[in-house]
Ligand binder design. Sequence first.
Ligand SMILES: *Cc1c(COP(=O)(O)O)cnc(C)c1O
Length: 410
Amino acid sequence: MTDNSTHATGAWQSRYESDLVSTFATPPLLLDHGQGAWVWDSDGNKYLDFLGGIAVNSLGHAHPVLIEAVTRQISLAAHVSNLFASAPQLELAERLKRLTGAGDAGRVFFANSGTEANEAAFKLARLNRGANGEKTRIIALQNGFHGRTMGALALTGKAYMRDPFQPMIAGVEHIPATIEALEAAVDGTVAALFVEPLQGEAGVIELPEGFIARARELTAQHGALLIVDEVQTGAGRTGDWFGFQHEGITPDAITLAKGMAGGVPIGALVTFGAASALFHRGQHGTTFGGNPLATAAANAVLGEIEASGLVENARARGEQLKSIIAGFGSPLIAGTRGRGLLIGIALATPVAEALVAAARAQGLIINATGPDSIRLAPPLVIGDIELDEFRTRFGAALAEVAASAAAVTA
Ligand SMILES: *Cc1c(COP(=O)(O)O)cnc(C)c1O
């Protein structure tokens, strides 16, 4: 690999710092283009992309099916507003009702991002008031992530994200992800419970066995909505179409975004059964949401996932990836979490940043979700070649970080 260290003083980085709001760390690379699971930076260096734009690039980069669909649709009509319907929007709503199992009673609201999908879900929760307006509480999980706009932020279970923006929207309580806490919290005053099938941003953290099933029982018993945030886990990522399907339950609503349209911004709220009757005309809206361009892109991506068996591929490749990681036998690795191609690697020591940098120098893009946690979310299209390349590149990065950790200890 070419040494990327020159990038540390790259002219584009000072432009980034002087031109963009400093909400993000200055990026280490300026990416130019991609192909499948590979991306190239502005110096022509090639990287294996095992982050996929944070679980967004389901088909990898520059997939011909997505190119064709977006090119075709933008040459017809990119946008018509929600004062008018479009064929791609209708097709996508029907597709989501079928894939989620929401069926005839399902309804779809389209948005442009995960956080917006959760804003719609938050408003849905507020509409579940109970006969005497007694349902005033919304329950979410500590360490959960639901987005950065004010409603979704109130749901997000990370105090450091919420605190600078107090006061939060009222009524949300965060409980630990334990069945005991769930049983203590859910009663007739609860309008909704929000839960991620796997806590992606927290480091691909799994919920306790039986948590979602118990959540379904309790919410059904007390008339609370069970709203599953599938923004990261949806669209085949976990080796099921949606994470809730792994639990064998039917939610009242799910939210979707990241992997759904392969990089074209979109979000969706899908309601099931009686929850589909809560929203009425004029109670929510959006200018861009559900436009023909984004929905055509999602139809292409979801259609390709279905046609090429990529849900099954995610499951099989995820298993292989976990055994590759176990096979390193590295003292740095404490274990793996997650399902399908959403994998968290638990590190034995807080070397995540060093490992990400070492991997990048080996031509591999991975992500640190915390000091001792790595996230992998490669495109669902990866095969033997990409797994072999991962083994080589990640193995070399691990060895390098292990050697320098040993040198420090010595
Ligand atoms: C990424 C994410 C969001 C927020 O999505 P944005 O498109 O970044 O607004 C919400 N919920 C979950 C579970 C996510 O992973």
